[in-house]
Design a protein. Structure first.
Length: 406
């Protein structure tokens, strides 16, 4: 399968690919081991122990229990130089797996439904390869195995715990296996790749009463319904049409009986955008719109507005480095998807706020094998050929960053 999606390389440049092919069975075994033992945010103890076991076997220095369950590994090069980091998230989701495969989740109600098991396997594969050639490195490689990407977010706690320090990281990359693109493709762009994630939890407090006597009430459902409609005007009338943003009301709960006007209504949802200048804008408009409508109807409100992750903004120089590697490695027409974007969010954004870097998508879907279910679906799975591709991408990005051959 690798040969059908990767470019043939000159003999002198094919050594990495041959080494990765020989490593492929191990990559699959590691990924499946992790897939069977998924763990939720900040509880990735088995996952961390597995990572530490492999690092110890290979003689790679590491620090465990970073921000709880995180692991930071360091490969010292043969001579001093810059510090290049590779990040992999490792948490699973609270989903019951519906796949009937030998490596099905053994943890009830938990599943690697987003590919993080693959991310860990890919980073371990790159760490193994690079550790065998440490003397050739004119610098240092850091591997950051991060908990809790699915929420509440492990990147920021790891940064606060010093994951990017001692030695200080000069550049960072990471990848996401991506079932929205076919195997053998890579999505990379400079600038905004993924959106900011903001969440709201809104309660409208009215005055309940009899359904036949509405004049005695403040109908929370009527007030909340107007708010749902009005919130859509934020994007439609306050955001420049050439920019992208989304306001989604995802749940609306009110009332229990058909002859009772509900005294309160509860709305939840999410806001997404790419432009960092919107950081405070949506929260401000929420209060203005909700407050105005509530005042007009004699209702009150409580808004819990949470800025979860900022947008993922790739550095132009590092994105160009990743793109150039992908163009050298991948066959066309699959190849590189240059303007790939999604309103999905990722806390890789916090790392990219601290140091120049690039996050990119590695196509992992294979429709012919039935491996094309979307992320967070109970039947999510991916073509494991992508594991070797990810390892090769990481290694070649290291080569190009340091301008060496490994």
């Amino acid at each position: 399968m690798l040969a059908t999606t990767l470019k043939p390389l000159p003999i002198e440049a094919s050594r990495i690919r041959l080494a990765v092919r020989s490593l492929q069975p191990q990559l699959v075994a590691w990924r499946r081991n992790l897939h069977q033992r998924p763990e939720l945010a900040f509880n990735e103890t088995l996952t961390s122990a597995f990572i530490v076991q492999k690092l110890t076997e290979w003689g790679i220095e590491y620090q465990a229990e970073v921000a709880g369950t995180g692991v930071v590994a360091t490969i010292q090069g043969g001579r001093p130089g810059q510090v290049f980091a590779i990040r992999a998230d490792m948490d699973a989701l609270p989903i019951q797996e519906a796949n009937e495969v030998p490596y099905k989740s053994q943890h009830e109600g938990k599943m690697h439904a987003c590919g993080h098991d693959g991310h860990v396997a890919i980073a371990l594969g790159a760490a193994y390869y690079l550790s065998q050639r440490a003397e050739q490195l004119p610098g240092i490689i850091k591997f950051i195995f991060q908990p809790a990407e699915e929420g509440p977010g492990g990147a920021k706690p790891m940064i606060e715990a010093g994951a990017l320090k001692n030695p200080d990281v000069d550049a960072i990359i990471g990848l996401h296996l991506w079932n929205n693109m076919p195997l053998g493709s890579i999505g990379v762009r400079s600038g905004a790749l993924m959106a900011a994630v903001e969440l709201f939890d809104l309660t409208i407090q009215g005055k309940g009463g009899h359904g036949a006597l509405p004049h005695q009430t403040v109908d929370s459902i009527v007030v909340a319904s107007q708010i749902v409609t009005a919130l859509q005007t934020i994007v439609a009338r306050n955001v420049d049409p050439v920019k992208s943003a989304v306001v989604t009301v995802a749940s609306f709960h009110a009332g229990k009986a058909n002859n009772v006007i509900a005294d309160s209504a509860h709305l939840t949802g999410t806001i997404r955008y790419f432009d960092p200048t919107f950081t405070d804008f949506f929260e401000t408009r929420f209060h203005q719109i909700v407050g105005g409508i509530c005042q007009a109807h004699g209702a009150t409100y409580h808004l819990d507005y949470h800025k979860l992750y900022p947008p993922v903004i790739n550095d132009e120089a590092i994105a160009n480095l990743v793109r150039s590697v992908a163009e050298d490695v991948l066959e066309t027409p699959l190849g590189v998807v240059p303007e790939c974007q999604t309103m999905g969010g990722e806390d890789m954004s916090f790392f990219l706020q601290e140091v120049p870097g690039c996050y990119f998508f590695l196509g992992s879907a294979n429709v012919d094998k039935g491996l094309a279910y979307p992320h967070h679906h109970p039947r999510f799975d991916f073509d494991e050929t992508a594991l070797g591709m990810g390892v090769e991408m990481f290694i070649r990005c290291v080569e190009r960053f340091f301008n060496i051959e490994l």
